[in-house]
Design a protein. Sequence first.
Length: 509
Amino acid sequence: MRGLIVVFGALLLASPAWAQSDEAGSAIELARQHMERGQALYLQARFEEAAAEFDAAYDAQPFSAFLYNAGVALERAGQPARAASYFERYLSTDPSSADADAVRARIAELRAAAAASEAAAQAPPEGEGTPPEGEATAEGPAQPEGAQPEVAQPEAAQPEAAPPETAPPESLEDFKSLLSVRTNPAGATIRVMDGDREVASGPTPFAQTLDEGRYHVIVEHPDFQTVEQDVRIDPGKVYVVIVEMSQGQFLGYLRVQSNVAGAQVFLDDREQGPRGQTPFETPIPIGTHQIWVERPGYQMEQSEVEVGIGEDLTVRLDLTRVDFGRLRVVANIEGARVIVDDVQVGVVPFEGQVSAGPHRVRVESDGMKAFEQQVTIRNGQLTPMRVRLRPGVDRGSAWVTTVFTALFIGGGVTLALIGNDFMSGLRAEQDAGRLTSDDPRIDQGLFLYIGADVAFGLSVILGGLALYYFVHDPLPPSEGSVREARDWAFAPMVDPVNGGASLGFVGRF
């Protein structure tokens, strides 16, 4: 069975098998951080600060590459003595390095330059200490008058210290890198090959300072099949190779970041469910991968990435909100109608998509008082609304009173019309001289008028009572509240590699 290699710049492991190496992983991560800061300072021509960061990296993990890089930075800073000291420490730490002879020659040049610089600093200024003609000097007796002065023979040229460089370097090509290899289980032997030449070998945990180039790493374990992989080493990098001997894939390391924390991250197959949430990181097989990042209320973002061996790849996918929101309405009356801008969109309990902006929302139900309120829907957010509908007033008595009012009005009109006709006939007989003053029909006509007046009076009373019944409302109105808009949330996911996964929206009032 082939082994599994995880190569990445920062070591972040949660497996119990690596619990004992957490401290070492943290130290390597700290060293890597100092190395990266040192590189950034070096490229800004802040060489002394860069050297301090490389020195701090060495304090975190005593690897010779950090000493060498500090020496390079100090040499660029115009400090040959300090640079030589770091190169000497580099050789002391790694005496068998392939470039040992070249580094010794470099140290000699730096020491000579430092001595010349010190001598120049101690020499008296030009013109001082010159004795008058004919006087003795510290170098010898006075010359007689007329004698030709001896011409001083030129001394061998002394190297001078190079002035500090101020222009930012274009690259890190003079830097060395670190390759660290650990295996699970332990007990493996590591060999690093440069073509047919073995650069270094040793048991795990293994660490080696390397120059820029392409190498072949061989991992041999007595209980597992040998694992081999080409690794490209760039200058000034810390490479951490994790070898899981029981598996069969070479892995890189992927980090997915976003401006929205907690967004779901899908890898390669969305049907398998999310692999995690942002910020997300995981070992991943080398090669081409599809990444989806999504969260309810935001537009989904997708990217295709290429992960190489030894690569610690960071991908950032920023999300933007959608141009709509969601409205959720709950009420004490199930089935109450929800009306948005005069259009019924559903019944309670209701949750649905609504365009962003202000809307007039009305909740109503038969026999209950309606509730209406202006609601502003925000882009990509859920706006909860809670409503308590209260019973409406029974208008039955008002309608009964209205009917009686109409009847009395009708009766009064009828009596008045009959009375007018009756009295008109009596007046005609009176004019003809046929009506006597004690005729009983005169009283009948008066009774008709009185009945009409009574009917009209009762209709006025009942009409006022009906109006009161229609207007008067002794019960409290319906009430509601609109809560603060919030992001949609979902239930935690299960890693599809180890088990099933499901997605569900979660919301509370």
